[in-house]
Design a protein around this ligand. Structure first.
Ligand SMILES: [Cu+2]
Length: 414
């Protein structure tokens, strides 16, 4: 009974812990890191409701920040575009960046725009928070925001069929990756587990594991230590040693014989050119920025100089995956299922409108409870207090422009 109760408690505790970690890094990462590394935008995940075996497409863009923190390894070295989902719940079928197939790692220049697309196949029923992510060498994964995707079970006879993931190899053989080589994996695991247990059993039967032997050696004195190894111990250990080497060699030959044609895992890099951001003729000079802890807002003072013959209106400020939208601009687009959008989050002097030829001093306030929810308050603990984000603006025809802004930021406590 007691054991039973303990077991139930353990399971309950694990459940609590599991729900706590349901945020997949979107909040856990340093606020400064989320603000100044990758600006993900135009995220679109569709469809949001699928059945096992169906395809889900994730598309979007990202801008690699020119204010990338010095202490953090940059994507100019090695980076891999991936998908962040809890466990093997999807199969990644295809990936591309700026229309270049992205099977392998690549590198990205800073201050460029990359348009990506990922095709997934739903594998296990459930409700998952699907994130795009970049694995940056030595820096870890930088996650974009998540979108909930519901994967439901197949119905009827199809529900009883096992999930199949077939591919045709270069030798023309069709294999199911769900089960391919599984028997061999089990077999070799069992062989090595048996070897390990057998070795332990020998010493257990002799009642001589580490601590008793250690105590005996301490009693006898270090120089007598060799004496505790009997002739039998020596022979048994030698047999295990020989058997281990023989098994390694044997398994190698056996694998060579069973799978004669193999190619090594490919580690080469793919090269891809970044696009230039569509910067309009709007000159943005950030004068100062402050973060108000109590107001959960970021205030940017800047001078906007419109050098075009079009009227520009500031529509959005994006930082740390949070979109602050100016509600008086109609061109902002929000995709179905998109999270972290503060629809009324951005207020700008003169409603963000800058006339042609005008030089306007503006105050842009990005404010929303999302600051708190996504733990952006951690900004005050940052030893290098700087911010960065993308500022989106539109001309009269609704054409979108954007550029990165950033600079030092001061916290304001009251
Ligand atoms: Cu998530």
């Amino acid at each position: 009974m007691v054991v039973n109760r303990l077991f139930i408690m353990a399971v309950l505790m694990l459940t609590v812990v599991a729900s706590e970690v349901a945020a997949h890094g979107e909040r856990a990462q340093l606020a400064s890191m989320r603000m100044r590394t990758v600006h993900w935008f135009d995220l679109n995940v569709s469809p949001l409701n699928v059945k096992v075996g169906d395809l889900v497409t994730v598309t979007g863009k990202f801008y690699t920040s020119e204010l990338w923190p010095n202490q953090l390894p940059s994507p100019e070295d090695t980076v891999y575009l991936n998908i962040g989902v809890p466990g093997p719940t999807f199969i990644k079928l295809d990936a591309s960046v700026n229309e270049v197939p992205m099977v392998r790692s690549t590198s990205f220049d800073l201050g460029k725009v990359y348009e990506y697309s990922l095709v997934l196949r739903a594998r296990i029923p459930g409700r998952y928070h699907v994130h795009s992510l970049l694995n940056v060498k030595d820096a870890g994964s930088l996650v974009g925001k998540g979108t909930w995707v519901e994967v439901s079970e197949l119905e009827g006879a199809a529900a009883d069929q096992p999930f199949v993931n077939e591919v045709t190899t270069l030798t023309g053989e069709t294999i199911d990756l769900e089960t391919y080589g599984l028997g061999d994996i089990f077999f070799w695991h069992v062989v090595w587990v048996i070897m390990g247990i057998a070795y332990l059993v020998y010493w257990l039967v002799k009642r001589e594991l580490f601590i008793p032997r250690f105590l005996r050696i301490r009693e006898m004195g270090q120089e007598q230590a060799d004496k505790i190894l009997t002739r039998r111990d020596f022979i048994v250990s030698a047999c295990f040693f020989t058997a281990t080497l023989a098994l390694i060699l044997g398994s190698y030959l056996w694998t060579e014989n069973k799978y004669p044609i193999t190619i090594p895992l490919q580690t080469g890099k793919v090269e891809v050119e970044g696009y230039e951001a569509p910067v309009g003729d709007l000159q943005i000079e950030v004068e100062s920025a402050r973060y108000e802890l109590a107001g959960r807002s970021l205030t940017i003072n800047a001078t906007l100089t419109n050098k075009s013959d079009q009227v520009y209106s500031v529509g959005e400020f994006l930082t740390a995956n949070i979109r602050f939208l100016n509600p008086s601009v109609k061109h902002n687009n929000v995709n179905p299922g998109e999270e972290m959008v503060a629809a009324q989050g951005l207020t700008v002097t003169n409603k963000g409108i800058v006339a042609p030829g005008e030089s306007l001093e503006v105050e842009m306030v990005a404010s929303d409870a999302l600051w708190e929810q996504y733990r952006m308050t951690g900004l005050i603990n940052d030893p290098d207090s700087r911010f960065a984000g993308l500022l989106f603006y539109f001309d009269q025809d609704g054409k979108r422009y954007y550029q990165e802004i950033g600079g030092p930021i001061l916290p304001k406590f009251f």
